[in-house]
Every structure is written in structure tokens, then in C-alpha cells.
Design a protein around this ligand. Structure first.
Ligand SMILES: Cc1ncc(COP(=O)(O)O)c(C=O)c1O
Length: 506
């Protein structure tokens, strides 16, 4: 293929791919901190390559599919997929210009321009929008004013069935905190879900939705004693603990109840880690459960949470190994645990593809077999994000587009929703939501995206600029996808007078 034809092909198919910020860890010391793919075959000639902002701020990778480009190799077990943050690029004089030696380099890529044939799973495909037809129809006919979340119950139903199918032997305890809308709870209660609740208010919501107390777990390890008593009075008999002190409260306020002890996990691989604050080391879990037994409680099991938006399907393995050790230690003392609560962590697809529920199911089952052999205990899963995340879309509006100086590289796009309006999980730019506009076919430019409040922390994406159409205009509507989880509940206060996020469940 001639260079001209290749360029044309690439130009047509170039996409901005959402990856992580550029950090270079060169294998070759000479290159330390200077990893720049200045020369990458025909890419250096692409207009997009010269686009303002990109050249300075972003690493650009190109695939072997384009004519004469040097291939980008995966190394050893690392595969070239969207779920991996690391790419290994074989440096060569073709990549780095003259005078640079060869060697293996790892670089984390921010925006990559790739021909789709090579980009494959990396791409934010047009066909993969999470805005369902029902949501589109709702927005088109109801035309709600102001930012709002629209949740499609059909998607939640599908997710529930996918979990049930992928993990048929595990009881599903939906994590109410992810989205406690009454319609969502009612649907799940009707489908046979159990509920993981973090407070008495959530317990009451689950009961209101039709769940019996026997289907509720009070999964927060931090509870007031009077709340334990209220839950107990409502009939709840399953409680999480991670300390001796909490065991004492439960023994007083809910005598005879079942308790499970949460163990710490490292949260590695999770985009929203839950490590450190909850759980204790496995050896302490043994002591806590022995103590519970001594205080007349039923030491029932072990729990853990591998971290939210966990994209590694094998992340449950080491936590299950820990759980097994706790089982063994307690059995030596005549206490026979019955249950492992494997928590949530199942991801939603944001900008990158994530493994299916089935892939998690297989990997978790494998880990259970490895560690528990033929004596697999009762298991629980507590999906929150994975159950409702992809069911919701936030409709928002562009309030202002401006720059900070004439020669500013990036435009600032201010929306009528921000961190305090429900998008709290953009903290540290942890969760990057897909943002759709009517103009997505147009030329794109990396932008800063910020919310409408007078708080300078209310910036969604700045360290990693977000590609939006150059033609985007004040007043345009944008759809923020994958927002069914952890949005409405975070916007419970009208900060700066902006109303809490409205939600419509359809
Ligand atoms: C105890 C517990 N279970 C389940 C979940 C739900 O996790 P996810 O939304 O990652 O599925 C959480 C989230 O914070 C949690 O704290």
C-alpha cells in the first residue's frame, strides 16, 4: 500500500482512545523520562499528529497494520487490549529517530491514534453506545430540563440475569448504595435478589421494596449500636464486622446474630479501590470471629471487597486464599464457618471494554475450587456498579466553552453537572465516563471538562484531557453514559444552589 493511500486510510479512521497519562519507564537509562515517539512511520505526517495539544501532551502509538510501521508488540503475558494499561513498544530507530538505541520500553499512553484494524478492542465504537433506545425516546419526548439521570430497568434486569447465569451458586446481594431508587429495588426484589445495606435507611428501603429481613445483610463494618438494635428489631440477622469493638456492639444489640468478618484486600487493579478503610488482616479476622463466638454470636463467614471497577478477573484469587486460611484456623478451634461474601467489584464498561460477568464467574469458580476443593462454602456476591452502572445515562448541557489565555492549548468545557451534582467518582479522574454529543463525527480536540459550581475542585478531567468535538457549542446537550451507579446518591445536597440530580427510572 502506498504511503498516500495509507495516510488516507489512517486519517479516515483515526480515533482518540482513552488511556492513562503518559508515563515513561524506559528500560534504557539513556531514555529516562524522555520517551517520545517522535517518528512513527507515516503517523508523523498526519495532520492529527500535529494537532495542538496532542504533540506536546500525548503519546501516540501506531499499529503495524499501517503499511510500513514497526509493530507494537505485546511482551510475554501482556496482551494488547484495552483493559491493559501498559503497552510495550519495541523501540527502534524508526520510532525514535536517529541516535536512539533499541530496547524495550514500557509506556503508559494517554491518547493513542490508531487505525481501527489495530486498535480493535481499544476503540470507543460508535455502535457501543450505552444510551438505549428507551432512554433516547424518553429524553426526546419528555425533554426534561436541567441535568438528569435516566435509568433503564431493562438493562438492570439483563445484568441480574447475567450475574445469576455466571455465578449460579452464589446468592446475589445487590449493593443498595449504588442506586437505591425504589423502582430499582422493587425490580430486583421481584427478581429474587437479596440486599447489601449500609444503613438502617437502606434496610428500610429494601423492606419497602418487598425484600424480607432474611434477605438483607447489614454490610457496613461501621455502625452505631442503636442502628444495630434497630436493624435487629426489623428482623435483620446478618452483620459485617472487622473489629472486636464492633463485635461487642452486635453481641449487645443483636444477640445471637450471624456475623462475618471482612478482611483487607490490596485493591490492586481496581479503578475505585476500597482498600485500607474496611477490613482487617486475616489473622485478626480469626481473633475477631473467635471473640464473636465467645460472645454468643454465630461466627458465620468471611467477606472481602476486591475494590470497585475491578478489571482483573483473577483479583478474587488471593482474597479467597486468605478466606480459606481463616476457615482453617477457626476449624482448628472447633468453629465452622459457612459463608464467603465475595463482595462487589464487577465493573461497568466506561471507555474501555471490560470482561463479561461470565468471565468473572469462571475465574472466581476456579479460585474457589483451588482454595476450597470439594468443600466450597455458601457464597455471596454484592454487585453494585456491575448491576446498575450501564443502565443509566445523564443528560447534561454545555454552559460555557472558553480558554484561559489566547494561546491556551486546551479549551475549558463547563457542563451543568460536575463533581457535586453526581459525578463524584471523577475524583482523581478515577472514573472516565463516555461522553456523547450530537457532533461526535466532527474533528475532536482534547479539552478540560469542569462542573458549574464556584468550587475550583469541581473539575472533572484536566490531568487527562478529554477529547470532545471542536464544533461543540454552548447550549449543546451531552449524554454522560455509564452513570447508573454512584451518581444520584452523591448529589444529595444542593451545593451552590444547584438542585440534587433528578432521576427518572423507566
Ligand atoms: C460492602 C460492599 N459491598 C458491595 C459494594 C458494591 O461494590 P461495587 O459497586 O464495586 O460492585 C460496596 C461498595 O462500596 C461495598 O462497600
Amino acid at each position: 500500500m502506498g504511503v498516500r493511500r495509507t495516510l488516507e486510510l489512517v486519517r479516515k479512521s483515526v480515533r482518540y482512545l482513552e488511556l492513562t497519562p503518559p508515563v515513561a519507564i524506559p528500560a534504557n537509562r539513556k531514555m529516562r523520562g524522555r520517551l517520545k515517539q517522535r517518528r512513527c512511520g507515516p503517523f508523523c505526517s498526519l495532520p492529527a499528529f500535529h494537532q495542538r495539544g496532542l504533540l506536546k501532551r500525548h503519546t501516540i502509538i501506531a499499529g503495524s497494520a499501517v503499511g510500513t510501521l514497526p509493530p507494537i508488540h505485546g511482551r510475554q503475558s501482556r496482551t494488547y487490549t484495552a483493559s491493559r494499561r501498559w503497552f510495550t513498544i519495541r523501540a527502534s530507530s524508526a520510532c525514535y529517530g536517529s541516535g536512539v538505541s533499541t530496547g524495550w520500553f514500557q509506556c503508559e499512553v494517554s491518547y493513542a491514534l490508531c487505525p481501527p484494524v489495530h486498535a480493535g478492542a481499544l476503540e470507543l465504537e460508535e455502535g457501543t453506545t450505552m444510551t438505549t433506545q428507551r432512554i433516547r425516546d424518553f429524553l426526546a419526548t419528555r425533554r426534561p430540563d436541567g441535568p438528569c439521570l435516566v435509568v433503564d430497568l431493562d438493562v438492570i434486569r439483563e445484568n441480574f440475569h447475567a450475574f445469576r447465569h455466571a455465578m449460579p451458586d452464589s446468592a446475589i446481594y445487590y449493593a443498595v448504595k449504588a442506586n437505591p431508587a425504589p423502582e430499582v429495588l422493587k425490580l430486583l426484589a421481584g427478581l429474587g435478589s437479596n440486599f447489601d445495606c449500609a444503613s438502617v435507611a437502606e434496610i428500610e428501603m429494601a423492606l419497602e421494596a418487598g425484600a424480607t429481613a432474611a434477605r438483607i445483610s447489614y454490610g457496613n463494618t461501621i455502625k452505631k449500636e442503636r442502628d444495630v438494635a434497630r436493624a435487629h428489631a426489623l428482623g435483620v440477622s446478618l452483620f459485617a464486622v472487622d473489629s472486636h469493638e464492633e463485635v461487642e456492639k452486635i453481641s449487645r444489640a443483636a444477640p445471637g446474630a450471624r456475623v462475618f468478618c471482612r478482611v483487607l484486600t490490596d485493591g490492586e487493579g481496581a479503578e475505585w479501590p476500597l482498600s485500607r478503610k474496611f477490613g482487617c488482616v486475616p489473622q485478626m479476622a480469626v481473633d475477631v470471629l473467635v471473640y464473636a463466638h465467645q460472645l454468643g454470636l454465630q461466627s458465620y463467614g468471611v467477606s472481602f471487597h476486591v475494590g470497585s471497577q475491578m478489571t482483573k478477573v483473577d483479583a478474587w484469587d488471593s482474597a479467597l486464599a486468605d478466606a480459606k486460611r481463616v476457615f482453617v484456623q477457626l476449624a482448628k478451634q472447633g468453629i465452622h464457618l459457612q459463608m464467603v461474601n465475595m463482595g462487589g467489584g464487577f465493573p461497568t464498561r466506561y471507555l474501555r471494554d471490560v470482561p463479561s460477568a461470565e468471565a468473572y464467574g469462571k475465574s472466581i469458580y476456579q479460585a474457589l475450587r483451588t482454595h476450597f476443593g470439594n468443600q466450597i462454602p455458601q457464597t455471596i456476591i454484592e454487585p453494585g456498579r456491575g448491576m446498575v452502572g450501564n443502565a443509566g445515562v445523564i443528560k447534561a448541557e454545555v454552559v460555557l466553552i472558553s480558554k484561559k489565555s489566547d494561546n491556551d492549548d486546551a479549551r475549558w468545557v463547563f457542563l451543568d453537572i460536575g463533581k457535586f451534582g453526581g459525578l463524584a467518582e471523577t475524583m482523581d479522574e478515577a472514573i472516565r465516563y463516555p461522553i456523547r454529543t450530537e457532533r461526535d463525527g466532527d474533528e475532536m480536540e482534547p479539552c478540560v471538562i469542569a462542573g458549574p459550581t464556584c468550587d475550583s475542585a469541581d473539575v472533572l478531567y484536566e490531568k487527562n484531557l478529554y477529547p470532545l468535538p471542536l464544533s461543540l457549542t454552548i447550549g449543546d446537550e451531552v449524554l454522560i453514559e455509564g452513570t447508573g451507579a454512584y451518581t444520584t446518591t452523591y448529589s444529595a445536597v444542593a451545593f451552590n444552589g444547584f438542585e440534587p440530580l433528578k432521576a427518572y427510572v423507566i
